[in-house]
Design a binder for this molecule. Structure first.
Ligand SMILES: [Zn+2]
Length: 125
């Protein structure tokens, strides 16, 4: 993903926001098309409106998904900043200080960006 340095829940919210802004921008452009281009603009307006609506629906979907995920997230206290944060899966970042945290002992010392390190340390068969 583009925004690798925040917690997963914040990342979903960011994607939701991006879709919302994208959809709104397209719908505004579509409306502007009717105003400034008259009859010819209506075709563009219709296309922009449809794409804008899809983007808005996608953003609702992303927000809904983020909400579903956050109900299954574990609430833990961050060892770095002592604040309560939500954790998705076995590795996630703190929502406040972006510290990478893990519940899996195999990843405990792996503070790199690469999460596939364990594969390279396994013996080749
Ligand atoms: Zn923290």
């Amino acid at each position: 993903m583009m925004f690798g340095k925040s917690s997963k829940i914040n990342e979903f919210r960011l994607w939701g926001l991006m879709f919302t802004l994208f959809g709104m921008g397209l719908m505004i452009l579509g409306t502007a098309g009717i105003v400034f281009w008259g009859q010819a603009g209506k075709v563009f307006a219709a296309i922009f409106m449809v794409i804008g609506m899809i983007a808005m629906l996608a953003s609702v979907g992303v927000y809904f998904w983020a909400g579903m995920l956050s109900t299954s997230a574990r609430i833990i206290t961050c060892p770095e900043c002592d604040r309560q944060t939500k954790m998705l899966g076995k590795t996630d970042r703190c929502m406040y200080c972006k510290t990478k945290m893990t519940l899996d002992p195999k990843h405990a010392t792996d503070l790199d960006e690469t999460e596939e390190i364990e594969e390279s340390t396994q013996p080749q068969v």
